[in-house]
Write a protein that binds this ligand. Sequence first.
Ligand code: CO
Length: 401
Amino acid sequence: MKDASSRRGFLALTTSLGAALASCGGGDGGAPAEAPSRLGKPVSSYGERSRFSAERRFIAPTKTPEQAASLTPLQDSEGVITPSALHFERHHSGIPDLDPSVHELLLHGLVERPLRFSMDALKRMPSVSVIRFVECSGNSRSEWSKPAPTAQMSSGMASCSEWTGVPLRTVLDEAGLKPEAKWLICEGADACRMARSLPIEKALDDCLLVYGQNGEALRPEQGYPLRLLVPGWEGNINVKWLRVLKATAGPSETRDETSKYTDLMPDGSSRQFTFAMEAKSVITTPSGGQALPGPGFLEIRGLAWSGRGLIEKVEVSVDGGSTWEVAQLQEPRFPKAFTRFRLPWSWSGAETTIQSRATDETGYIQPTVQELVAVRGTESSYHNNGVKAWKVLADGSVTNV
Ligand code: CO
């Protein structure tokens, strides 16, 4: 709110106390109408949210169980942490039911000492906790040709958690990498043995062997009891239900990095090992499927993230891209994590288009989808980080463009 007129708009959103007093007859001095007068529910050993809370993952319709995916309701999100129960899912052969008392991590290949780690052994090692996003490289796939109608559908294969575990570097040092070890094959314990090749520089940089998420154990759908976290890199390489690490001289060209997760370019070649998720943002309020109650003040809110580090700036346009304003960023910011942005807005009631664009600490600016298509052509499927616009109609409804 920058001036008196926008303040009047804000006050118009509240209910006047006079009206409230009149409606309850004045007998109890204007107390809220539904103050409870009986004992509520008892305490519980594991909490549940209110029955009035409606946010849910969207379960994508798929042809086979191997394509299973669900999307985070970003339009309902607050702050930067995604509740574990709402973290997006993408599995290639379902969620295995693993017993941590028998689950082991095997580390072998080009190492001096092949090692086996029980979960108990991993939990005794020095640990760290970091807040990082995970995004499927197929997130926003719809935006290449048919923009999705809600933030959940357009961008909901991205989520952000506090992850706790052991630096991958610690166990690699313990085993002793041979000089010719340049890659790791990372394999999961799901039925398809989902596997990806990880360059050794990244493995030694900021990767974690994760057993904790948002203050409790990993959820089964996030890899319980152990997953790999590869900060800022495409979701698929953050191998869940991790059971094997094998040090190798070259990449292994696994099924999951050849049949999938490559980008077909206009000249017929394919980009492979496109790991980092580039800077991206989406306005979550107001966003597609929502409805504004009327003209006046509201706070535009959204999320921005970059696989290359910190978000430095988010700009918002409320006039179809003619002018841009710098949004406020929630502090503290974390690298390779969701960053919440906010901008006050007084909506005139006229139809308009709103959109956001993020800049990260490398100076990279989120492109438009048209700019992406100019480079990648029309056969790309993965890595769409284009600017997402929403149309606000005069009746207050919000839709995709
Ligand atoms: Co990629």
